[in-house]
Design a protein around this ligand. Sequence first.
Ligand SMILES: *[C@@H]1O[C@H](CO)[C@@H](O)[C@H](O)[C@H]1NC(C)=O
Length: 216
Amino acid sequence: MRALSIIGIALGFFTAVYYFLDSHLDWFYIFSPAELHELSLKAIEAHGNDTAAVVKYIVEDLSAKQPLHVNLDEEWVFNNAGGAMGAMYIIHASITEYLIIFGTAIGTEGHSGRHTADDYFHIIRGTQLAYAPGPGSFSPEIYPQGSVHHLKRGMVKQYKMEEACFALEYARGWIPPMLFFGFADGLSSTLDFPTLWRTAWVTAREMGVNIFRGKF
Ligand SMILES: *[C@@H]1O[C@H](CO)[C@@H](O)[C@H](O)[C@H]1NC(C)=O
């Protein structure tokens, strides 16, 4: 009986803390969709389809504003998730936000995943298509270079990049639960352990460094 009431009190406590934090997540954010969109447009205007230069421009600008929370080291890794394959470079990862460059030089297609965060996909090169708002629609959503594809927390879409396409992807919400989606294909399909290990290491290191510096 006593153990049960302790569990009950603990559950009640953590539920209250969760709802409180969940409604105040914006206290923890250091990036904003409006700022990232403006920055993406400026980078494209400056460097067009020289995507390496676009990426450099974006990261250097962010690093000047957030020197403690931006990873300047372009540690590219392959990523398989939701059946799609591409490569990514982790710019920032913390408990409530991540910022990466994601894309592929040849195209890919897959399931967006159903996430505990809002996802803003700033297209810096190429075009992304989405099958949305859901099953039963008959025309694609089209996101060209310079546009933002916002996948709302909890929603899912099928998406496709027909050819070379890269995006500055910004997620804000609860990041740790998203990692299951990020690792599931690697653990159940590709079994590419060196890539999984490298991805886990860079993600954990960035989250750790940010927590250590007081960014949750
Ligand atoms: C990038 O290349 C595509 C395809 O050739 C072209 O339509 C687009 O205008 C180019 N973008 C810029 C900013 O030069």
